[in-house]
Write a protein that binds this ligand. Structure first.
Ligand SMILES: Nc1ncnc2c1ncn2[C@@H]1O[C@H](COP(=O)(O)OP(=O)(O)OP(=O)(O)O)[C@@H](O)[C@H]1O
Ligand SMILES: [Mg+2]
Length: 361
């Protein structure tokens, strides 16, 4: 795995929050009160380095796609900041932001929907170059399209240039989508469940391709996934999201072999293990993840936590360092109790405003 780390992270997110306007319930209407805001991302901090693959996991609705949209500059944080290549997206002019957007490319989940069915492979990959007006001459466009397709593993390139999407397999379509992103020579790729629509047999190929792009070109990759069983095969680090926060982050193998947050343990316990002797008793989480307009007071996970104790009802735990880069937002992390002065006793009522920050002691 790549250890190519430059001093400055490609992307840096600090205490970022994204709030959407909520919809009034009937009770809200009767009581003449506004709808509680939806805190889709509620104090998220992380870095992504060049040549690194960061996997982002968490239940549906935990804020993964919203976080991705922050990285893409499609949403601006209502709190906190997002920096790409050392520049705060909130401080950029429109022109600078448009320029920066080339540096961050998205790979979507469904390659059957993301490619225009009437465009040939050549034009699909050339289109972003035209839209962003980056390649001058026709010859230059040609060169970059061919390079991008080769990097995405669509070889021999000539065999594919004139094909239409319906003539390609799902895996080939996703490679073309990746080539279209690569044509702009991005520093960061954000892939939102890029293989979940693909046949199981070809998923590893696409995941390995993204891994190779990080290794060979120093591209930073953020990979959103539901599939914990394959994460260690391609990701350097893993961030576990719950209800708008990162509750555990660290080296992928360390987090999965030695999870510190009860939520990570529960997620891991439902992952199929090939060796029956190592099978773990599934830890079924009670209840559902609450609505992000009603984030519980104290630790947001406490209503579902099998280990919750009295302090969890009032203390909103920041990320505590377990060892090295491994951090978890749980009062049961060894040493957390001693150093949890910064773990604010929150006023996060069911509908009150909550803390946006996520401190690292
Ligand atoms: N534009 C929006 N307006 C209102 N609420 C939104 C909007 N976008 C997202 N949300 C809400 O914010 C929360 C986080 O959504 P998000 O799409 O980031 O979750 P996710 O982790 O990507 O989930 P999934 O695994 O299902 O893709 C959800 O409760 C969602 O309903
Ligand atoms: Mg999503």
């Amino acid at each position: 795995m790549a250890e190519r780390r430059t001093a400055e992270p490609v992307a840096l997110v600090r205490d970022a929050a994204v709030t959407f306007a909520g919809r009034q319930s009937l009770l809200d209407v009767i009581r003449l009160r506004p709808a509680p805001p939806i805190r889709a991302v509620d104090g998220v901090s992380f870095d992504v380095n060049a040549g690194e693959v960061l996997a982002m996991v968490g239940e549906s609705g935990s804020g993964k796609t919203t976080t991705a949209n922050l990285l893409l500059g499609l949403l601006s944080p209502s709190d906190g900041r997002v920096m790409l290549e050392g520049r705060d997206l909130g401080q950029l002019s429109r022109r600078e932001l448009a320029r920066m957007r080339r540096r961050v490319q998205m790979i979507f989940q469904d390659p059957y929907e993301s490619l225009n069915p009437r465009m040939r492979v050549f034009d699909i990959v050339a289109e972003p170059l035209r839209v962003h007006r980056v390649a001058g001459s026709a010859a230059e466009v040609h060169t970059r399209v061919r390079e991008a397709l080769a990097e995405a593993g669509m070889t021999p390139v000539d065999a594919y240039l004139r094909r239409l999407p319906f003539e390609l397999s799902g895996g080939q379509r996703q490679r073309v989508a990746i080539a279209a992103a690569l044509a702009l020579r991005p520093r960061l790729l954000v892939a939102d469940e890029p293989v979940s629509m693909l046949d199981v047999s070809i998923r590893a190929e696409i995941l390995n391709l993204l891994r190779a792009l990080a290794d060979d070109h120093g591209i930073a990759v953020v990979m959103i996934t539901h599939d914990l069983s394959t994460v260690t095969a391609y990701a350097d680090r893993i961030a576990v999201m719950y209800l708008g926060r990162i509750v555990e982050i660290g080296d992928a193998r360390t987090v999965l072999d030695d999870p510190q947050h009860p939520y990570t343990r529960a997620l891991r316990s439902v992952v199929p293990v090939p060796n029956p002797a190592a099978r773990r008793a599934p830890q079924v989480l009670s209840g559902e993840m609450p609505d992000p307009s009603r984030i519980p007071r104290g630790c947001r996970f406490h209503p579902r936590c099998p280990l919750a104790f009295d302090r969890c009802l009032v203390v909103d735990p920041p990320l505590f360092t377990v060892s090295g880069e491994h951090q978890a937002a749980c009062l049961l992390v060894p040493g957390a109790d001693a150093g949890d002065e910064s773990a604010a006793e929150t006023e996060t009522g069911a509908e009150g405003p909550g803390p946006a920050g996520q401190a690292t002691p």
